[in-house]
Ligand binder design. Structure first.
Ligand code: NI
Length: 141
């Protein structure tokens, strides 16, 4: 199996805030991410596909097609948006990287799998900062 990766970029605003907690506790747990008037991050999303090269193309996946899918299904919905207020699939959820990547997977997996003839979506990696990132391998992983 070969792993093929495509990196896409978006920037978005959010706030991490648990309404059941005091302001002090929110600031203690979430630090600058609890800023009342929002703040932004430069996110990097890396989509990793696993599979065997197609005999006719030599590709596991056509990266042009993969990039187009990621842009249409994810980037267009989150780029320059407020993750708490503007993004339908994040309604009612804490706007953390963990929750984002789980929702991204639900949206991307069926569409990505449909364009990978001999493989499937393997991993999503989401960077919130150059030092903080999450990895997700789908449900049960
Ligand atoms: Ni933040």
């Amino acid at each position: 199996m070969v792993h093929v990766c495509r990196k896409e970029h978006f920037n978005a605003a959010h706030k991490l805030w648990n309404p059941n907690w005091s302001e002090e506790k929110n600031k203690e747990v979430f630090g600058p991410c609890a800023n009342v008037n929002w703040h932004g991050h430069n996110f990097e999303l890396i989509v990793t596909v696993k599979g065997l090269p197609d005999p006719e193309t030599g590709f596991v996946v056509d990266l042009k097609d993969l990039s187009k899918l990621i842009k249409e299904l994810i980037i267009d919905k989150v780029d320059h948006k407020n993750l708490n207020l503007d993004v339908d699939f994040m309604t009612g959820k804490m706007a953390s990287c963990e929750n984002l990547v789980i929702e991204f997977w639900k949206i991307l997996a069926p569409a990505v799998n449909a364009i990978v003839p001999h493989g499937s979506l393997h991993k999503l990696t989401l960077y919130e900062t150059p030092r903080n990132f999450v990895e997700y391998y789908g449900e049960g992983a």
